[in-house]
Write a protein that binds this ligand. Structure first.
Ligand SMILES: [Zn+2]
Length: 378
C-alpha cells in the first residue's frame, strides 16, 4: 500500500468571507489532528504539497468564457455581469484570489490524480477538493471549479476504463452528475438529503442517466432526520453490490461531512460512527481510491471525522501520542479532541418509522430500475 495526503498551508491564505461557512483552513486542522494521532507515521504514507494547477487544466472541463470571468474576478472586484456566471452571489462571493484559490484546489486534486495514475500512490486524500456543484460555465454551491470532473476525465483519458464516483456529501452532486449523465464509463452514486428539503433541489431517484449512461447514475435521496442506523443500512444495500458488479479501475469519493447532526446547513442526523462504517465500505470498493473532502460546516466535527477517514483509508488506528502531556489547547482549535468518536445517536421511534418507510420506497425503485442494468437481481 502507498498513500498520499495532499496538503499545503497555502489554503489558509484564502477566505470566502468571515461569515461564509466554507473554510479552506480546515485542511490545516485535519493535517494537524492526523499528525497528532500518528496518522502520517507509517512508511507507506507521505504528505504531498501541491502546486496551483496550470491554467489550461481548468479548460479540460470548464468553458473558456467562464474561465475568463473567474480570472477577471481574481483581484476581488466584479460587476453585475458576473452574476451570469454565478459569481458575486452569497454562495459564491468574489474574494481576492478567487481564481488563484481555484487553481490551488485543482492543483491539489490533480496531484492526487497523477499519484494514482503513475502508481505513486493507491490511496489519496485531498481535504480541500470535491467541489461537486461546479458547472461547466458557472459557479454554484460554494464551488468555483469542478475538480472532480476534471480528475475523472483525466483518468479516463489516461487509460482507466471505468471510474466509480461515490458522493456521501449531504448535498446532491449535481455538477458531477451533469458531466457524466450519458456515459457508462462512470458509475455515479450520490446519497444525499432530498431535493425537496435541500439545495440543489435535484438528485431524485428517477434521475438514472440517459442513452449509454442509463443506469449509470444512481441517486438515493434521504429525508430529514436520517440517522446512522438508516444511513448505513441504505449505503450497504446500494454501494457494495453496485461496486462489485461495476468493478472499477478506481473509486473517486467525495466524502463531505455535512451529514452530521450538528451541521448548520443540513437536516440529517448522522454521527461520525455511521460515517466511519460507510468509509470502511468505500475502502473495500477498489484498491485505488481518490478521496476528496467536499462539504462540512461544523468545522471541529468535520476535522475529527476526516481524521478518522484518513485512518480508515490507511487501515490504521489513531493513537494519541500526546494524551496526558499536552492539552488540545496547544492546537488552538478551541475544541477538545480527546475523543475522536462521537456519542452514538438514534432518532425517536416515531421519526424512525417515517424515515424507514421513505427510504424503503426509494430503495425499491433503485433496485427495480437500476440493479438489473448491472446484472443484479432486484
Ligand atoms: Zn454539501
Amino acid at each position: 500500500m502507498k498513500s498520499a495526503f495532499i496538503y499545503t498551508p497555502a489554503f489558509d491564505t484564502y477566505s470566502l468571507g468571515t461569515d461564509h461557512p466554507f473554510k479552506p483552513y480546515k485542511a490545516t486542522m485535519v493535517y494537524e489532528l492526523c499528525y497528532r494521532y500518528g496518522l502520517f507515521d507509517h512508511p507507506w504514507i507521505k504528505v504531498l504539497e501541491p502546486m496551483p494547477s496550470p491554467e489550461e487544466v481548468m479548460a479540460e472541463y470548464h468553458s473558456q468564457e467562464y474561465i475568463e470571468a473567474l480570472k477577471a474576478c481574481n483581484g476581488g472586484y466584479y460587476d453585475f455581469t458576473m452574476l451570469h456566471f454565478g459569481l458575486g452571489t452569497g454562495d459564491n462571493p468574489v474574494f481576492k484570489g478567487v481564481y488563484d484559490f481555484s487553481l490551488l484546489v485543482l492543483g491539489a486534486t490533480m496531484a492526487g490524480t497523477e499519484c494514482i495514475l503513475n502508481g505513486e500512490a493507491d490511496t489519496v486524500f485531498s481535504p480541500v477538493g470535491g467541489l461537486h456543484h461546479g458547472g461547466l460555465g458557472h459557479a454554484e454551491g460554494f464551488c468555483y471549479v469542478n475538480d472532480i470532473v476534471i480528475a475523472i476525465k483525466r483518468m479516463l483519458k489516461r487509460g482507466f476504463r471505468k471510474v466509480l464516483y461515490v458522493d456521501i456529501d449531504a448535498h446532491h452532486g449535481n455538477g458531477v452528475q451533469d458531466a457524466f449523465y450519458d456515459t457508462d464509463e462512470v458509475l455515479f452514486i450520490s446519497i444525499h438529503q432530498n431535493g425537496e428539503s435541500l439545495y440543489p433541489g435535484t438528485g431524485f431517484e428517477n434521475e438514472i442517466g440517459e442513452g449509454r449512461g442509463k443506469g449509470y447514475t444512481v441517486n438515493m435521496p434521504l429525508p430529514e432526520y436520517t440517522d446512522d442506523e438508516v444511513y448505513v443500512r441504505v449505503f450497504k444495500e446500494i454501494f457494495p453490490p453496485l461496486a462489485k458488479a461495476f468493478d472499477p479501475d478506481c473509486v473517486v469519493a467525495q466524502i463531505g461531512l455535512d451529514t452530521l447532526k450538528r451541521d448548520p446547513l443540513t437536516n440529517l442526523r448522522l454521527t461520525n460512527n455511521g460515517y466511519c462504517a460507510v468509509m470502511e465500505e468505500i475502502r473495500r470498493g477498489s484498491s485505488k481510491i481518490l478521496a476528496l473532502g467536499g462539504g462540512g460546516y461544523s468545522v471541529p466535527d468535520v476535522v475529527r471525522g476526516w481524521t478518522l477517514a484518513w485512518a480508515i483509508l490507511n487501515g490504521v488506528k489513531p493513537v494519541d501520542h500526546f494524551v496526558g502531556s499536552v492539552g488540545s489547547g496547544v492546537y488552538g482549535h478551541g475544541q477538545s479532541f480527546d475523543q475522536l468518536y462521537d456519542e452514538p445517536h438514534r432518532v425517536s421511534d416515531a421519526l424512525k418509522k417515517s424515515v424507514d418507510s421513505y427510504v424503503d420506497n426509494k430503495l425499491a425503485y433503485i433496485k427495480e430500475q437500476v440493479f438489473p442494468i448491472h446484472g443484479l437481481s432486484s
